[in-house]
Design a protein around this ligand. Sequence first.
Ligand SMILES: [Zn+2]
Length: 466
Amino acid sequence: MMNKFLLAVTGLLLLASAQMGCGAEKTDPNLARDIMAELVAVNTAPSGGSNTSEAVALLVRRLKAAGFEDSEVASLGQTDALQNLVVRYPSENPERQPLLLMAHLDVVEALPKDWTYEPFAMTEDDGWYYGRGTNDNKAGAAILIATLIRLRNEGFKPDRDLIVMLTADEETTGNATKWLLKEHRDLIDAEFALNTDGGPILLIDGKPLALMLQTSEKIYVSFTLEATDPGGHSSRPHRDSAISRLSRALVDLEAFEFPIDLNETTRTFFERWVSIAPEDETLIRAVLSNEQDPDALLDEHYYNAIARTTCVATQLHGGHAENALPQTARAVVNCRYLPQSDVATVRNQLRKIAAEYDVSVTDIDPSVPSPPSPLSPHIVGPITEIAQSMWEDIDVIPEMSTGATDGAFVRNAGIPVYAVAAIADDPNDMRAHGQDERIGVKAFHDSNEYWYRLIKAFSTPATHTR
Ligand SMILES: [Zn+2]
């Protein structure tokens, strides 16, 4: 298996250099960086009006200047501000379903007073590019656009359409992706998707140890827990007030644990993670054994979140006056359930706990089920082989995100998604969403090269592997 892939990749590299040799226009090696700098300089956070139209417009100008036709570039959205970009690099002779490539253009808010660097300008300093979105996810957007331009300059002929989709509101509602899937499915339909928004390389003590391959995400759902009471004067209290009953329900909820339940991705994750964290081997083996539910797992919040559905109270409201018995008390409970589970199981469990105290449980918004994408060899193979050709001895470890991205909606629509940003970063100093967000200069350029090779591998006839 390994050797076959190696041969396929080697063949591809030869083919790539042959194609580059034939009078192809040379692409500026700093193109991706320059595009990222332009994107970072456009404030696509809420303080910029959550507006992605300017970012889309500058990318459209870049693409047109590189020879992309009007028919290949679509700027579209539900509002003038929330614009998405969909670019199609067509195959003259498509032999396979298209490949979808994903990133998002919006960013989390950044307040200049909290930052050492200007957040909405890219600054290079001491081996890092600083600026909001350098890591999440304007690097990915820039790399995808730069790669399409590079491929076009080289006259590359894919055997399937390549589609780049850059979305407008991943950090908030994800409505843009849902809308594209619902209203413009024909523009983005694909056999599977590669997402730049997830799947880092874990850089530990300066060594790239593992490429995380995100194939799955936990599913987000929130519930309102509510206790009601006739109320009255607080000078003549009765037992079991609305606040007391709600509180007891929340205490019981915290003491409850959903059972450990592994899927293909999380089982493989734990099996391979032992070599990254040998100090946790005993605990990980216990989780894998399916026989016990070790107490120690509860103190390992990351492992625990991977191994089971979790629910936690996140907001609390109750009472209407300092001197009155509360007529209502309400809590928001946010759950992240496993993709192999379902919302009814979670809701029923909460109701069982809450019913003891006459507390009701209602869903706040419907959740979007997102099945784990299968670890298919014809997809995981090239991802692994190209990584191993670039980073010696690197492991590829499938992971299930405990958070959620646009990938969840795409999986829900039946398109498997693999997030594999391949950006090397120290897991103990990840700054996405935080202050002084940054990406390593080398990490960025390596990721750019990885994506170039990856996209070619998945659209070159010589690498058909089944
Ligand atoms: Zn992101």
